[in-house]
Design a protein around this ligand. Structure first.
Ligand code: AMP
Length: 498
C-alpha cells in the first residue's frame, strides 16, 4: 500500500492520536495531515509550475514542523532533503549547490545564503492558513523521488541517495509490522540519517506515536533516560552504540523502565555482549537486529535474537531477507536487489553506474559489505573498502582524508580506525606536510610531534567542513607517508604505528 494512503487512514481513524512529539511541540495525526496539506498547496501553487519535482531542503532538528514539511513537500510532488542543524555550513552549502538554488523550508535559522529560504514564521503561517481547498490532491507518483539523504562520499563531498515513493512504501509495509498500532516509539537519529526513516515512517504508517529525542538531551545519559521515562517509551529504535551508552547507567533496567518492550537495532554490528547486557537488565524485552544501507531504504533483513543464538552462534546473524528483496552473494559481497533499492545517487550518473545495476528486471546495489548465508540466515563479516561505522555513524575515511588536505600545509593524509574488542573506538589521522623532516627514508617515524595548538587548529579547520563525529580523535604527523609496492599508502604499516 502507498505510504500516504496508510497515513491518511490513520488520520481518518485516529485523528486525535499523537503522531509526533518533540522539543515541547506535539502534533496529532489530524494536525500533521491538515497542516501538511495546506503547506503542500502553497508549495504547489507558488512554485509548482516553475520547477516542479525540484527537491526542497527541509532544515532543522526535531521540531514538530519537520514532519509537516516532509509530508508537504511530497504531497506537492517534490522530494525533500532533510538537513540537520548539526551539519557544518560548508556541508550544507555543498548540498544546496548540488541541488541548484533549492527552496528551503527552515524550521530553525538557516545558516547560509544559498537557496530560497522560507523561515519558520512563514511556514507556520502557511501550514495554518485556511486558504487550502478541503483536501489537497496529491501530486506524487510511486516512481517519483520521495526523499534524498546525503551520506559520506569517499572524495570529500557528500553523495545524495534518492529514495522513491515506491521504495519507501515497500519498506514501510514491511517495517510497520515491528510495532503494534498505538505503540510509543522513540526516535534517536536526526532526520538527516536514514535510521530515522525506520522509526518515523514505521510509526506513521502503523498509527503509532513517535517521540523525537533532541540532540541536547543525548549528550547526557541522565537526560535521555528522563526523556524515555516521561514519554513512557515502549519501543527503542537505535544503533547498538546508543544503547551501550544507556547501559552504562545502572538505573537503565526493567524495574525503572517497565514500559520498554523492544529494542530494534540497525546500522552497525550487534554484539552478543550488548544483547547479554540488555537481557540482564530487561529479561523480557524483544531484541531485533536489522541490516541494510541507505541505498536500499534503511533495512532489508531482520531477525529476532533468541537465547539460543547466544549459545550457538559465534557472531549474531543480521537476519532473513524481507519479502520483495533478494540478496545475492558475489565474491563474498552482499548484493541487494528488489523493491527498495534506490535509483541511484542524485545527479551523479558516474557514481550510480559504479554500484547500481539491473538484473532480471530488478534494481540491484553492490553494498560493499561482506557476508554469507547459512540457510536463509544472513551473516555480516565486514567491509570491502574504507567505509566504516563509528558510534553508529557511516563514514568514508576518504571523506576525512580529502578534507584534511590543504589544512596547514597538509599534502597527504590517511585516517585509520582504532579498534577495541572488535569495535571501532576512535579515529587517528596521519598527516604529512611535505618537507617536514628531510630524512624521507624514515617514513614510519613520526615528524617532530604536532603541538597541542597545531592539532587544535587542524581539528577546528576540519570542523568547518565536516560534522563533529567525523573529526579524528588523534592527529599525528609523519615525515612521509609509508607506501606499499604499488605506491599506495601502506595502511598496514600505519596500523602498526597506532
Ligand atoms: P547506513 O547507510 O548509514 O545505514 O549504513 C549502512 C552500512 O552499515 C551497511 O552497509 C553496513 O556496513 C552497516 N550495517 C548496517 N546494519 C548493520 C548490522 N545490523 N550489522 C552490521 N553492519 C550493519
Amino acid at each position: 500500500m502507498l505510504l500516504l494512503d496508510r497515513i491518511y487512514e490513520n488520520y481518518k481513524a485516529n485523528g486525535d492520536r499523537v503522531a509526533y512529539e518533540s522539543c515541547g511541540d506535539s502534533l496529532t495525526y489530524k494536525e500533521l495531515w491538515e497542516q501538511s496539506d495546506r503547506l503542500a498547496f502553497f508549495l504547489w501553487k507558488y512554485y509548482g509550475d516553475k520547477d516542479e519535482k525540484q527537491p526542497v531542503i527541509v532544515y532543522g532538528h526535531k521540531r514538530a514542523l519537520m514532519p509537516v514539511c516532509f509530508l508537504a513537500c511530497v504531497k506537492a510532488g517534490r522530494p525533500y532533503c532533510p538537513v540537520d542543524t548539526s551539519m557544518p555550513d560548508t556541508r550544507i552549502r555543498d548540498i544546496a549547490e548540488a541541488m541548484g538554488n533549492p527552496i528551503v523550508l527552515a524550521t530553525e535559522d538557516f545558516p547560509i545564503e544559498e537557496g530560497r529560504v522560507l523561515n519558520e514564521v512563514v511556514i507556520r503561517g502557511l501550514a495554518g492558513s485556511s486558504e487550502t481547498p478541503e483536501e489537497f490532491e496529491r501530486k506524487i507518483s510511486p516512481e517519483d523521488t520521495y526523499y534524498i539523504i546525503f551520506t559520506s562520499g569517499s572524495t570529500g563531498k557528500p553523495k545524495g541517495v534518492e529514495i522513491s515513493y515506491s521504495n519507501l512504501s515497500c519498506f514501510a509495509d514491511w517495517s510497520a509490522d515491528f510495532f503494534p498500532e498505538g505503540a510509543r516509539i522513540m526516535n534517536q537519529a536526526p532526520f538527516s540519517f536514514d535510521l530515522s526513516v525506520m522509526d518515523t515512517y514505521s510509526a506513521l504508517a502503523g498509527g503509532c506515536s513517535l517521540y523525537g529525542l533532541p540532540k541536547d538531551m543525548q549528550k547526557e545519559c541522565g537526560q535521555t533516560l528522563e526523556f524515555i521515562r516521561t514519554n513512557r517509551i515502549q519501543y527503542l529504535v537505535s544503533t547498538p552504540s546508543f544503547v551501550n551508552m544507556l547501559l552504562a547507567d545502572k538505573t537503565f533496567c526493567e524495574d525503572d523502565f517497565p514500559d520498554i518492550v523492544q529494542f530494534l537495532f540497525c546500522g552497525e554490528r550487534l554484539t552478543k555482549e550488548t544483547v547479554r547486557r540488555i537481557w540482564e537488565r530487561f529479561p523480557n524485552a524483544r531484541i531485533i537486529n536489522t541490516y541494510g544501507p541507505t541505498e536500499s531504504t534503511v533495512a532489508v533483513t531482520s531477525v529476532e535474537i533468541t537465547g539460543d543464538m547466544l549459545d550457538t552462534e559465534d557472531e549474531l546473524p543480521i537476519g532473513r531477507v524481507k519479502p520483495g528483496s533478494r540478496i545475492i552473494i558475489e565474491d563474498d559481497e552482499i548484493i541487494i536487489c528488489g523493491d527498495t533499492v534506490s535509483s541511484g545517487y542524485f545527479r551523479d550518473e558516474e557514481k550510480t553506474g559504479k554500484t547500481f545495476f539491473e538484473k532480471d528486471g530488478m534494481r540491484c546495489y553492490r553494498s560493499g559489505d561482506r557476508g554469507y548465508f547459512r540457510g536463509d540466515m544472513l551473516y555480516y563479516t565486514g567491509r570491502k573498502d574504507n567505509q566504516i561505522k563509528l558510534h553508529g555513524y557511516r563514514i568514508e575515511l576518504g571523506d576525512i582524508e580529502s578534507n584534511l588536505i590543504g589544512i596547514n600545509g597538509i599534502t597527504e593524509a590517511a585516517v585509520l580506525p582504532k579498534m577495541k574488542d572488535g569495535t571501532i573506538k576512535s579515529l587517528t589521522a596521519f598527516v604529512a606536510a611535505g618537507g617536514c623532516g628531510d630524512n624521507a627514508a624514515a617514513a614510519d617515524r613520526d615528524c617532530p610531534e604536532l603541538t597541542f595548538q597545531e592539532v587544535k587548529e587542524i581539528k577546528a579547520r576540519l570542523a568547518e567542513k565536516l560534522p563533529a563525529y567525523m573529526i579524528p580523535k588523534k592527529i599525528r604527523a609523519v615525515a612521509e607517508m609509508p607506501r606499499n609496492i604499488n605506491g599506495k599508502t601502506d595502511r598496514k604499516r600505519l596500523e602498526q604505528m597506532l
